[in-house]
Design a protein around this ligand. Structure first.
Ligand code: SDX
Length: 432
């Protein structure tokens, strides 16, 4: 079958230029414009990359119109119901569901690497108790390369794999240490006999002074939430990890850059912003006022947890989390949680409003997740940290794919220059 192409008529020369069209397994084709600048002297212009594929990938597929999300081809609904976070982490990194032996070996490796160097604990003493936990997480993850020199050789497959395991294994330990620093309690070490989610809950909430029993409802809900956050194609933080990694920097530094990008309220910081928004709205009676603010172009207020660059339908993760939210709050005896009630009324009113319907603004992954986190006893400012723990396997899988892609070069976008034309320096005593 002949190569599909797109023809561009170059007004500068009147020439017709042909660009190859590349087809994927699923989703939109791409027009390969690598030669455009060389042939026309012009760049494409796409701020926010709405129409731009930055890479080819086989990890995650999203169909925004149909609300489809696949990790290595497996629907998120099936993985959320039947898999576990570490199995999904393996799937994202290695491309296939593990055999029993492969999963056990992976789980053993993650458990083996979940401790952090004792010297790393000293960093937390440098933070005030009210430091934002994402500030602590970003800083401490970035410092890991100072300790684990034997896993930063990006050209060595074994080093890459060891680093990937270390990142997945250590994120909860670092996150829990940040939490304990915030509340002034002693750090709790990971235990090798606990599940990934159970270990995290134990490191967050157990104290040396009394026994702590992991609530199985919380453990299961947390594991599912981590699955739902594990990867999401070329979102802002993943693209940041790829761009940072494309310079050849070590993977710990690239993941720290991803943490920094995720922190923004337009991205992973939205789960924290949703709860703050619900607090601000306060009661169902105030919902219409805030809906009006969200629609007002002169008001910077946006309905946090609503809208998505890709999903122009329900975010499938939001549908699953909404269901889990009801189940968890009921099982925890909190089914009449006022925040849940308020969130549901807000969703109901917004989805009947033309402004949101016309713009296809639906609840996204962040709209309900914070309500579950709060029910599990996790403070609002800590929600994005949980998003980062969940996204870590996706970040490392995408980083590894980028590093091993023969087509990949250092990411270096160009620009449309609209600044001053060349001009000569004016001495200070001659300026107006
Ligand atoms: C995540 O990319 C990913 O995959 C991200 C993520 C992942 O898993 O990695 O899914 C995680 O980041 C989810 C999104 C969390 N962010 C929020 O919930 C913050 C609130 N949402 C918005 O800031 C916004 O919807 C974005 C940032 C999510 C998407 O922004 P876009 O694609 O740039 O959309 P846009 O700003 O061009 O909006 C289109 C229109 C605009 O109105 P008009 O100019 O056409 O009149 O919709 C409006 C926007 O003003 N709009 C909103 C809105 N979101 C968009 N209006 C009110 N409230 C909102 N939430």
């Amino acid at each position: 079958m002949s190569q599909k192409t797109v023809t561009l008529n170059d007004p500068a020369t009147g020439k017709n230029l042909e660009f190859p069209v590349r087809e994927g397994t699923l989703g939109p084709d791409v027009i390969d414009i690598k030669s455009l600048y060389g042939e026309t002297g012009a760049f494409t212009y796409d701020p926010g990359f709405t129409s731009t594929a930055s890479c080819k990938s086989s990890i995650t597929y999203i169909d925004g119109d149909k609300g489809v999300l696949l990790y290595r081809g497996y629907p998120i609904e099936q993985l959320a119901e039947k898999s576990s976070f570490l199995e999904v982490s393996y799937l994202l990194q290695y491309g296939e569901l593990p055999t029993k032996e492969e999963l056990e070996s992976y789980q053993t490796s993650i458990t083996k690497h979940n401790m952090v160097n004792q010297a790393l604990k000293n960093f937390f003493n440098g933070f005030h108790y009210d430091a934002h936990p994402m500030a602590m997480l970003t800083a401490v993850v970035g410092s890991l390369s100072a300790f684990y020199h034997d896993s930063i050789d990006i050209n060595d497959p074994e080093s890459r794999e060891l680093c990937a395991h270390r990142i997945v294994a250590k994120m909860p330990t670092i996150a829990a240490a940040a939490f304990k620093h915030m509340i002034g309690e002693p750090f709790v070490y990971p235990k090798s006999n606990l599940s990934y989610a159970g270990n995290f809950l134990n490191m967050l909430f157990s104290r040396p002074t009394e026994p702590y029993e992991i609530n199985p409802v919380a453990e299961k809900a947390l594991d599912q939430l981590l699955i739902l956050h594990a990867d999401h194609e070329q979102n802002a933080s993943t693209s940041t990890v790829r761009l940072a990694g494309s310079t050849g920097t070590n993977p710990f530094a690239a993941i720290a850059a991803g943490c920094a990008a995720l922190w923004g309220p337009a991205h992973g910081g939205a789960n924290e912003a949703v709860l703050n928004m619900l607090e601000e709205i306060g009661t169902v009676e105030n919902v219409p006022k805030f809906i009006a603010k969200a629609k007002d172009k002169n008001d910077p207020f946006r309905l946090m947890g609503f809208g998505h660059r890709v999903y122009k339908n329900y975010d499938p993760r939001a549908t699953i989390i909404r269901k889990t939210c009801h189940e968890v709050l009921t099982e925890l005896g909190m089914s009449n949680d006022p925040q849940l009630e308020l969130a549901m009324r807000l969703e109901e009113i917004a989805l009947k409003d033309d402004y949101f319907v016309e713009r296809k603004l639906y609840p996204n992954v962040d709209f309900y997740s914070g309500i579950i986190y709060r029910a599990l006893g996790i403070p609002t400012e800590f929600f994005t940290v949980l998003f980062a723990i969940g996204r870590a396997p996706g970040w490392v899988a995408q980083w590894m794919e980028m590093i091993t892609d023969p087509e990949q070069r250092i990411g270096r976008p160009r620009q449309l220059y609209v600044g001053a034309p060349q001009r000569d320096y004016v001495p200070l005593d001659q300026r107006g």
